[in-house]
Ligand binder design. Structure first.
Ligand SMILES: Cc1cc2nc3c(=O)[nH]c(=O)nc-3n(C[C@H](O)[C@H](O)[C@H](O)COP(=O)(O)O)c2cc1C
Length: 553
């Protein structure tokens, strides 16, 4: 299969649109057989404007009188089975150099007037060559927040050129986001949709689902426009002045790159996640000695340059480090653990960072067919043990039967939750202990053993690079699976899991003595007291420890 790419962006390979085109080509290459690709990078080619002399129709039929690279383009167009037109939207049309190339296709037509099947408008010229079976793809990005309503000029051009419905188009708004490394997660998601579309194009054509995904906004309009405006580093009022007096250099008041960067970060704030009270985040860039405050309120975000607010959270960081984190070159948590930046004051903002500055797609427009992640639930793991410990110490046989029933019913009650290995292991062990006891093993031996087994499970999960047990459950409140990649989150949970493990080893020993004593029926209840305090400690430690690391302690 021969594929020709006509890259009409003056930025050549650095073009935003070209990223989409590349993704689409990758998709096609995965499915199509024996693919050969040729590329015409218009800005590097010598393609002069048409002279309008019609010599290609009269004195030299099929051949243009201008000797430049267009002759090769025509050869390539005839060679290609699929032609991919890739270009930015310029003034609601194609860039000028590309328009020259389009005009210079005249030698490919015959001069006669002819009505063509499915033709729009009044007039057409038949093709000089057999173009049947050839396919056309049009890929373009534009600068406004949406492609909708901006491509009527381009559509009209290709409707006339190829016939309506005879080409496949991908038009994407917010094109400039594709060059922002800080947003590569967001744009990468879009590019994978384009790649998928490329695969489908070769098979049966782009599916309705993919089309729908491709028409989604990358960022909500308000966020995108605030971000785009901030990127120029010019205040609106000054830009107005600049227009009136172009010679007044002072009128064009450029703000520092760091302030522009802070404004862009503030623009990504998602006010729908406002926590009920305003937050003041102070960004202190230690290497450039600049400090800005971002007020996060229910109406949006605002950057203050005069330090007039009282900061709730203060981040002290070299701007280079913060930029690298924003660009995804280093993970924020790793940089924090390495002491590359410090956080002072309220740490809860850091824990919910992605909620506030996630830069994600508009909620209602999130990609629809991504399966929703099921949450884990610690109750699934704990309940069999609790029922076992409380009931068996009161009365062995009914206790064992009740515990077995609890293990059986728990899966039904929590059927919507995702199961962990510890959930499965817990039910299996409790059932095992019950069966062993029902066949005659005394509870004064089995109860301490069960606490021992429970403690060992917690402790084992702290070693050998395993994810500590508590992390499997607490991740739900910290961004799901992603939290498991967060070194600070994992370390906090490792400490907590180890402490819980030790607590249960001690409980095993205490149980041994309680089971020999007169308070034996109350063993389960007595053993529940410490975990209550440990639970309170856990809730406090989960917040305190990361904040301590963030302060650089
Ligand atoms: C001269 C010029 C004209 C533009 N006209 C439009 C326009 O009419 N509508 C629009 O949404 N974006 C417009 N843009 C923005 C570009 O389409 C946008 O930045 C695009 O993503 C650039 O793609 P590229 O990197 O592939 O060249 C224009 C940009 C330039 C430089």
């Amino acid at each position: 299969m021969n594929i020709l790419v006509i890259n009409g962006s003056p930025k050549a390979e650095k073009s935003n649109t070209y990223q989409l085109t590349n993704a689409f080509l990758n998709g096609m290459k995965q499915v199509a057989k024996e693919v050969q690709i040729r590329e015409c990078t218009v800005c590097r080619m010598d393609i002069k404007p048409c002279l309008g002399c019609f010599s290609c129709w009269s004195s030299t039929p099929g051949t243009c009188c201008i000797e430049d690279d267009m002759a090769q383009v025509i050869q390539d167009l005839l060679w290609a089975d699929i032609t991919v037109w890739s270009f930015p939207l310029y003034y609601f049309s194609v860039p000028g150099a590309l328009k020259n190339l389009i005009d210079r296709q005249l030698p490919m037509n015959l001069p006669f007037m002819e009505e063509q099947e499915g033709q729009i408008g009044n007039g057409g010229h038949p093709s000089r060559y057999d173009m049947s079976g050839k396919r056309t793809v049009v890929i373009s990005t534009c600068g406004f927040y949406t492609a909708e309503g901006n491509y009527d000029g381009v559509r009209s051009l290709f409707d006339h050129h190829c016939g309506p419905g005879n080409y496949t188009a991908i038009f994407c708004g917010q094109g400039e986001l594709f060059r922002v490394p800080e947003l590569s997660a967001l744009t990468g998601e879009y590019l994978s949709c384009v790649e998928q579309a490329g695969r489908e194009y070769i098979d049966d054509g782009i599916s309705i689902e993919s089309r729908e995904r491709l028409s989604q906004l990358l960022l909500p309009r308000e966020t995108f426009e605030a971000c785009a405006d901030a990127s120029w580093g010019i205040e609106r009022e000054c830009a107005g002045k600049e227009r009136q007096d172009r010679t007044d250099a002072a009128a064009e008041k450029r703000e520092s790159d760091t302030l522009t960067f802070t404004r862009q970060m503030a623009a990504l704030y998602r006010k729908e996640n406002w926590p009920g009270k305003d937050i003041v985040l102070e960004m202190c860039y230690t290497d450039v000695e600049e400090c800005y405050q971002i007020l996060l309120s229910k109406d949006g975000s605002r950057v203050y340059t005069d330090g007039s607010l009282t900061a709730g959270t203060r981040i002290e960081t070299p701007v280079t480090v913060w930029r690298s984190i924003a660009a995804g070159e280093i993970r924020g948590d790793e940089a924090m653990m390495q002491g590359l930046y410090h956080v002072k004051g309220d740490f809860s903002l850091m824990l919910k960072w992605n909620d506030y500055f996630g830069g994600s797609r508009p909620q209602a427009e999130q990609i629809k067919d991504v399966p929703s992640q099921k949450n884990t639930n610690m109750n699934i793991m704990l309940l069999p043990w609790i029922v076992f410990w409380v009931t068996v110490s009161v009365s062995k046989q009914p206790g064992c039967l009740l515990s077995i029933a609890a293990c059986a019913f728990i899966s039904l009650i929590y059927y919507q939750n995702k199961k962990t290995i510890y959930d499965v292991l817990s039910s299996a062990l409790v059932m095992g202990f019950c069966v062993t006891m029902l066949t005659g093993m005394p509870e004064k031996v089995m109860l301490p053993l069960s606490y021992l087994a429970f403690g060992v499970i917690w402790l084992v999960s702290c070693f050998g690079g395993l994810i500590p047990l508590t992390a499997h459950y607490s991740k739900n409140s910290y961004g799901g699976e992603d939290a498991l990649k967060n070194a600070l989150f994992v370390k906090t949970n490792r400490i907590l899991t180890a402490l819980w493990g030790i607590l249960y080893l001690i409980t095993a020993a205490v149980t041994w003595f309680l089971m020999q004593s007169s308070v034996r029926p109350l063993t389960g209840l007595i053993n529940s007291v410490c975990p209550v305090f440990m639970g309170i400690f856990t809730a406090w430690f989960q917040k305190w420890y990361p904040a301590r690391v963030a302060r650089g302690k």
